[in-house]
Design a protein around this ligand. Structure first.
Ligand code: SF4
Length: 133
């Protein structure tokens, strides 16, 4: 899977910032990490390493785009959604919390399903129990 940020550019003018993205054509997973996973790889694309690897030439455009469009997921402009929200606040802009009307229910359902699977495995003896003292 590659990052569409710079590749889904069909309707964009040829001088659009996305064509200059350092992340163009790269794996998008580091930019949309699962909870608890590292954002270091994505941030390296965005910020550079302070030595050989330069900052993404369109980092500010990318960040501005994400703030203006209230992008509520992923690393944009080198920042997480929390950092973008703080940046928007610093700029005096409104960046409302995302409303997640169905996520709680979805999450609850996933957790319940995981519990059912774990219980089923325990019942079948597939998961070793903790040794009793
Ligand atoms: S700032 Fe980061 S996410 Fe944005 S275009 Fe550059 S490398 Fe991609």
């Amino acid at each position: 899977m590659t990052l569409d940020l710079a590749l889904t550019t069909g309707d964009l003018p040829p001088d659009h910032w996305r064509f200059e993205a350092a992340c163009a054509g790269t794996d998008d997973r580091p930019f949309f990490p699962t909870r608890g996973s590292s954002t270091k790889k994505a941030r390296l694309f965005c910020w550079g390493d302070g030595e050989d690897r330069p900052e993404c030439p369109v980092r500010l455009s990318c960040l501005n785009h994400a703030i203006e469009n209230r992008e509520n997921a992923g690393i944009w402009g080198g920042m997480s959604v929390r950092e973008r929200r703080a940046e928007a606040k610093r700029r005096g802009e409104n960046f409302p919390q995302r409303e997640l009307p169905n996520v709680d229910e979805e999450l609850k359902s996933l957790i319940e399903n995981d519990i059912r699977i774990a219980e089923s495995l325990l019942i079948r003896g597939a998961v070793p129990r903790m040794p009793s003292k």
